[in-house]
Design a protein. Structure first.
Length: 342
């Protein structure tokens, strides 16, 4: 008896069901254009970022030193000098080094908006427009609006972080040196550099400089003219806000029968009051006569120290509003120049 074996054959080229299927290779994701633009911005403006970072680090180190051993040495020099009992005295090198570090910390924040405006106009935007690098980026999956937004976001983040850090350190030194400041009668809160370096307007002015420079670069499309306009425009706008700072908040008025008015703060106006109730402004009026026989009282308009933060917050709001309008104008201008491309 024979056994018949049936053998099943499969067509050639047919894969068995239990055979492993060949691996399917998935395409690698393409790099994000925005991320590439950020890297390109950091690479092109590496020297400027290094300069800003080094400046912030050096000034911050000086302020930290001033808040600690620098102040201790300055106070010791004051105690040993006998300045509390003498009309004239010298504090020595310890106080000079301390005063230099503190002054530098506030003056850097005062000058930073001018440097930022010049750099933004000449290098950040003006040079890119003049060399055609911006147009090249627009042809590589990056719209003009995204190019401008990314170009602004990187320096804005660096600027804000640096100015906020230095402002906080200035506030630390201000709190630490209160006893020495009152003893010597130095660094009033309303002085230009002191006021700007101890509150929110330092960051607002820095962003205002960035906006002025960017708009200048888009308008002129040449590096050197945009640099000059960015520098001058920032100086005019920030200087106007600073010059008219006393108008940002209502002043307090002190009226007395003698010219010896007991007021403390930033003097805005002073003079005398006539018998008819008229106020006559006379900043030079320091005695009881003031050259007028009809003076029956004397007045002084001033900002006390309690107005520090109201003046800062109103000034910051105005500066940020101007910054937003300038950025809006820059995007509108770019949209018109590129034929409405978004």
């Amino acid at each position: 008896m024979s056994t018949t074996t049936t053998e099943t054959t499969e067509p050639l080229g047919t894969a068995r069901s239990d055979a492993p299927s060949p691996a399917t290779s998935s395409p690698s994701p393409s790099p994000s254009p925005t991320r590439g633009l950020i890297r390109a911005t950091l690479s092109v403006h590496r020297s400027a970022l290094w300069f800003w970072g080094l400046l912030v680090v050096l000034v911050a180190a000086g302020l930290l030193w001033a808040a600690g051993p620098g102040y201790d040495a300055a106070w010791t020099a004051y105690v040993k000098s006998g300045c509390a009992e003498a009309d004239y005295c010298t504090l020595g090198e310890a106080y000079t080094r301390y005063d230099t570090a503190v002054s530098l910390g506030s003056r850097v924040l005062t000058l930073a908006p001018l440097l930022i405006g010049a750099w933004a106009g000449g290098s950040l935007i003006g040079r890119e427009m003049e060399s055609g690098t911006a147009k090249l980026a627009w042809t590589q999956s990056v719209t003009p609006a995204r190019w401008l937004a990314t170009t602004l976001a990187v320096p804005a983040a660096v600027i804000v972080s640096g100015t906020v850090l230095l402002t906080l350190l200035n506030r630390l030194v201000w709190w630490r040196e209160e006893r020495l400041r009152h003893a010597l009668g130095t660094r009033d809160w309303f002085e230009t550099a002191t006021f700007a370096g101890h509150g929110t307007v330092a960051t607002a002015y820095a962003l205002l400089g960035l906006a002025v420079g960017v708009l200048a670069g888009l308008l002129l499309r040449r590096a050197l003219p945009a640099l000059a306009v960015g520098l001058a425009g920032t100086g005019v706008l920030a200087g106007s806000l600073q010059w008219n700072r006393h108008l940002l908040w209502p002043t307090e008025t002190l009226v007395s029968r003698t010219a010896d008015r007991d007021w403390t703060g930033e003097l805005v106006d002073r003079g005398f009051v006539t018998s008819t109730g008229e106020r006559v402004s006379d900043i030079a009026c320091t005695d009881d006569s003031c050259g007028r026989t009809d003076a029956v009282g004397f007045y002084a308009d001033f900002h006390p120290s309690a107005h520090f933060w109201p003046l800062h917050l109103v000034g910051t709001a105005i500066a940020l509003t101007a910054t937003a309008l300038l950025f809006w104008a820059a995007f509108r201008l770019l949209r018109r120049r590129t034929g409405g491309t978004v």
